[in-house]
Ligand binder design. Structure first.
Ligand code: SF4
Ligand code: SF4
Length: 188
C-alpha cells in the first residue's frame, strides 16, 4: 500500500502528474492516493522531492496515547504524567483499541522532579511492547524514552483526532522506528 505522509507533503503535485493510473488527487494541499486505482508502481515515490510517499506493507504498530480521562490527550503536563495510556493496534487498514493501562508508577513517582530517570523508567515499564508514545507535551525525559519508543508529539485535543494524525503520518513513524538513534517527531 502506498502511503503519503501528511507531515512531509508540500502539495507540489508532481506525484499527480507522474501517476499512470490517475490515482492521486490533491486535497487541501496534500496528496491522497485512491487505493483502488493504485498498482503500487512507485513512480510517485520516486518523483516526490519530499520523500513523502512510501510503500508500506503489513503495518503492525502498537501506539500508546497518554490521557487522564480516556478521551483527550493530557495537555496540562507531559505525557509521562498521564494517569492512563490507551493502546491502539495499527494495521494496514484499521486501528483497534487493545487496552487501557494505568500508569501505575505515576503516583509512586509523584514527588520526583521532572526529568528524573526513575520517571522515565516508570513510564517505560508501563508501556511494555509499545512502539509509539503519543502525547501533546513531552518533558525533558524524552531523550531517555526515545531509546525505546518513537515519541510522537501530536497537538490534538482528542484521542480520536490523534489516531487520525498517526494514521496520516504512519510512514514517518515507521521510518523513525527503524532508526538506531531515534528522535522525537512532531506530527501535524
Ligand atoms: S510529490 Fe510529494 S510533496 Fe509533492 S504533492 Fe506529491 S506527495 Fe506531496
Ligand atoms: S504507486 Fe503508481 S499507481 Fe500508485 S499512486 Fe503511485 S504512481 Fe500512481
Amino acid at each position: 500500500m502506498m502511503n503519503v505522509s501528511k507531515n512531509k507533503c508540500v502539495g507540489c503535485g508532481l506525484c499527480v502528474d507522474v501517476c499512470p493510473r490517475e490515482a492521486i488527487v490533491l486535497s487541501k494541499g496534500v496528496a491522497q492516493i485512491e487505493k483502488d486505482k493504485c498498482v503500487e508502481c512507485q513512480a510517485c515515490s520516486q518523483e516526490c522531492p519530499q520523500e513523502a510517499i512510501m510503500l508500506i506493507k503489513d503495518i503492525n504498530l502498537l501506539a500508546a496515547f497518554g490521557t487522564d480521562d480516556g478521551n483527550t490527550l493530557k495537555n496540562d503536563n507531559h505525557v509521562g504524567m498521564s494517569k492512563y495510556f490507551k493502546l491502539y493496534q495499527f494495521s494496514d487498514d484499521k486501528e483497534e483499541f487493545i487496552e487501557q493501562r494505568s500508569n501505575i508508577k505515576y503516583k509512586e513517582d509523584e514527588s520526583k522532579i521532572h526529568g528524573d530517570p526513575g520517571k522515565a523508567k516508570a513510564t517505560a515499564s508501563a508501556l511494555e511492547n509499545v512502539d509509539v508514545i503519543v502525547g501533546s507535551i513531552f518533558g525533558p525525559n524524552i531523550s531517555r524514552l526515545t531509546n525505546k519508543f518513537v515519541c510522537a508529539v501530536v497537538r490534538k485535543e482528542t484521542i480520536e483526532e490523534a489516531i487520525k494524525t498517526v494514521r496520516e503520518n504512519i510512514n514517518e513513524i515507521i521510518e523513525e522506528k527503524n532508526k538506531k538513534d531515534k528522535k522525537g517527531i512532531i506530527l501535524q
